[in-house]
Design a protein around this ligand. Structure first.
Ligand code: TRP
Length: 334
């Protein structure tokens, strides 16, 4: 029934807890695709081990990430929700694509350079070939559209290059994917340094709102958000902090910048920060409640994982079979 639909694929790492930026910029919008597209949303645990992980923690976060996807509105009946390591075709295609990915290309990836600098004692081969595993994730499903943050754009361009290179040699095997980088509220900045993106791995907890932060924590973090020495709620030179709060407020209430300026005309930063904190806490309340319910039900999450893995594996096998034939592997029954 889905066969004629175009495909959306996205992945999220089960590391660090997701932020308001991940929610507003990405996950919240994922559910809208499923009317028009066949959607695959994958918890990429294989990518996660490119940096050292505590095994028990990785396992827990894998369940939690799936529960969070669902709490954010992704219905497992309308989307394929699955865990990367459950579908071995990802590892198999990644190896093949490694042989069609150039050392020079991988060396130019800015995420590799950043992560190597951060993990100087563990610059492993997986960290280096991370992008060809990501290309395998995407290309296995004949994906048309990949919703990602702007930081993943370079990896997506490499996926396209790999697909084109492979197609150039063997004919049209892969659909060449397009990135989908939402422009509205795509970029939520740090509350402590508003010139930097809000990052789930920021060591300063006050800089980051987590989707699962409780109400008091959210309100407190917004109270402490760095602004400027002025007092007017409006955009302008040197007012990046206020502007960030305005776009967050706009994203959760649907109000425009002009409406927000009018609403807070003559009122100070204190009032405004409290309003932003409360609005964000309100909008995440349902997610948090649903997460608590789902994450307590491990058996149900495992049923979803199993269903997702079997659906994903079926689609992946089609592409992988074709690829193996093209490159000249033999095919036997045993
Ligand atoms: N690299 C992505 C990130 O860190 C996660 C990811 C892995 C991904 N495979 C993917 C995203 C495929 C989109 C499509 O955010």
């Amino acid at each position: 029934m889905f066969q004629d639909k175009k495909v959306v694929f996205s992945g999220v790492q089960p590391s660090g807890s997701l932020t308001l930026g991940n929610y507003l910029g990405a996950i919240k919008n994922f559910s809208a695709f499923s009317d028009e597209y066949r959607c695959y949303y994958c918890v990429v645990d294989m990518h996660a081990i490119t940096v050292r992980q505590n095994p028990a923690e990785l396992r827990r976060r894998t369940y939690d990430t799936l529960a969070l996807y669902m709490a954010c509105g992704l219905d497992p009946e309308r989307n394929v929700l699955f865990v990367q390591s459950h579908v071995p075709a990802h590892a198999e295609l990644a190896w093949i694509l490694d042989c069609y990915t150039m050392f020079g290309e991988l060396s130019r990836m800015t995420q590799f350079k950043d992560k190597s600098a951060k993990n100087a004692d563990n610059i492993n081969a997986g960290l280096f070939t991370y992008p060809s595993l990501m290309a395998a994730d995407i290309l296995l499903y004949q994906t048309e559209l990949v919703p990602v943050g702007v930081d993943q754009k370079q990896h997506l361009e490499l996926s396209r290059d790999i697909a084109n290179r492979f197609n150039g040699v063997y004919g049209d095997v892969f659909v060449v994917p397009e990135p989908y980088i939402p422009t509205t509220s795509a970029k939520i900045m740090s509350l402590a340094e508003p010139s930097k993106k809000m990052s789930k791995s920021d060591p300063n907890e006050n800089a980051v709102i987590r989707i699962l932060d409780d109400r008091d924590t959210i309100v407190r973090k917004f109270k402490r958000a760095v602004t400027d020495s002025g007092c007017e709620v409006r955009r302008g030179e040197g007012k990046e902090g206020i502007e960030n709060l305005m776009s967050i407020y706009g994203a959760v209430t649907g109000k425009s910048f002009d409406e927000i300026e009018r609403e807070f005309d003559g009122r100070g930063y204190g009032d405004f920060k409290l309003a932003v904190g409360e609005a964000v806490a309100d909008s995440l309340e349902g997610v948090r409640r649903e997460f608590a319910r789902l994450s307590a039900d491990k058996k149900y999450l495992e049923e979803i994982m199993a269903k997702g893995a079997s659906e994903a594996a079926r689609a992946a096998a089609r592409t992988l079979g074709k690829v193996k034939k093209k490159v000249g592997f033999t095919d036997i029954r045993y």
